[in-house]
Ligand binder design. Structure first.
Ligand SMILES: Nc1ncnc2c1ncn2[C@@H]1O[C@H](COP(=O)(O)OP(=O)(O)OP(=O)(O)O)[C@@H](O)[C@H]1O
Ligand SMILES: [Mg+2]
Length: 356
């Protein structure tokens, strides 16, 4: 039960078995997307064995393992029986990735190397990358190691690393545990807290590492729900950096081909037009919260012909916590008032400081 029918007050349900499709989730800022997503994921995790991976750019799910005080005892008991792993500075373990174990093209994208525009540097860097993999120097001596031995390619690589500041990223595991190892443990939910990094490149590199990993293992056909909040950041139709380009490409590919391998997406965003249309068009399930912009609503109507026009028109007047559900996971299109969350929300709105 995800809430009540807005019109009748009857219980509102989704069909958990139909999360074997991609889902599009949208609503303007503050409409309650993330809250409602939490409600639905809680119910899904309670009802199924489908492992969920949450890419959480605003640290909204960092307390997803904790139940709220006052939660019904049966629901709290069920939740206590589920494994939720939060990766990030306030989580169960840090969110780290081993640079040397990333795919070559991802390492090159992070280092802003282009095989066509600058083939020489690219090729030399590949060689240094292999040496790095063999020697695996630690964070404290990477620059010194690269500059030792008099190899000009290594020296140039060191300069590039210093100029970009990449070696200083908190993301790197330096031989420690990698988020991809945790994901392979298939916890009921794995939350990747992408909101706490200092450099804008870090959350994107982390997301790419994880999505590439899930894609690489697709032949195993292990079902997985991949939830991407603020999906416009990772699946832009106009990516501007090499890492962003790889991210969009990977998500569009999972949207197009992932379904048969058990890789199912939930893409959540404020603006449908800011998510690549080839990802959006692959979604068979839709949740829509309050949306004021007529252009966005028209675009949703065009993209998802199965949403009745009169329901879509109501989205402009929704109160917080109201949503349309339509598509395969909803037996019929419905307007729902979401129920309360079982788990504690991580981030929260910043309040206006009041005078006494
Ligand atoms: N159904 C609800 N019941 C109670 N509080 C809610 C509900 N939905 C949302 N809220 C609260 O409203 C605030 C905004 O909700 P939320 O963060 O889910 O919005 P959002 O659509 O994800 O916004 P953004 O696009 O900015 O991320 C939060 O503080 C949340 O706790
Ligand atoms: Mg949100």
């Amino acid at each position: 039960m995800i809430g009540t029918q807005a019109d009748t007050g009857q219980p509102a349900e989704l069909l958990p078995a139909k999360f074997n499709r991609h889902t599009f989730w949208c609503g303007q800022s503050g409409s309650g997307k993330t809250y409602a997503l939490g409600v639905v994921l809680e119910q899904l995790i309670a009802a199924t064995r489908l492992p969920v991976v949450i890419l959480d750019p605003n640290s909204d799910f960092t307390r997803f393992h904790e139940t709220r005080p006052g939660t019904d005892a049966t629901a709290a008991d069920t939740w206590a029986g589920r494994t939720v792993k939060v990766l990030g500075p306030t989580g169960h373990e840090p969110l780290h990735v081993r640079f040397i174990d990333l795919p070559t093209r991802t390492r090159a994208a992070i280092m802003r190397l282009d095989p066509v525009a600058d083939p020489e540097t690219y090729n030399a860097s590949l060689r240094v990358g292999e040496q790095l993999r063999e020697n695996a120097p630690h964070r404290s001596d990477i620059h010194e190691w690269l500059r030792s031995g008099g190899d000009p390619d290594r020296r140039r690589f060191a300069m590039r690393l210093e100029n970009l500041g990449t070696a200083e990223w908190d993301l790197w595991a330096w031989g420690g545990r990698d988020a991809r190892d945790v994901i392979d443990e298939e916890h009921d939910a794995t939350v990747l807290d992408l909101g706490a990094f200092r450099e804008p490149g870090e959350p994107k590199a982390a997301a790419l590492a994880v999505l590439d990993h899930l894609w690489e293992k697709r032949e195993q056909r292990r079902p997985r729900l991949i939830v991407i909040d603020e999906a416009h950041n990772l699946c832009s139709p106009d990516p501007s950096t090499p890492v962003e380009r790889l991210l969009t490409e990977r998500i569009v590919q999972i949207a197009a081909e992932g379904r048969k391998f058990g890789l199912w997406l939930v893409l959540s965003t404020q603006r449908p037009s800011k998510v690549h249309p080839n990802a959006l068009s692959q979604c068979d399930n839709v949740a829509i919260m309050r949306m004021n912009a007529p252009l966005d609503l028209a675009a949703l109507g065009d993209a998802f012909g199965f949403i009745p026009t009169e329901l879509l028109a109501r989205a402009t007047t929704f109160a917080q916590g109201q949503a349309i559900f339509a598509g395969g996971f909803s037996a019929q299109p419905q307007v729902v008032q979401m129920r309360d969350r079982i788990t504690v929300e991580g981030g929260s709105d910043v309040p206006v400081p009041m005078r006494d």
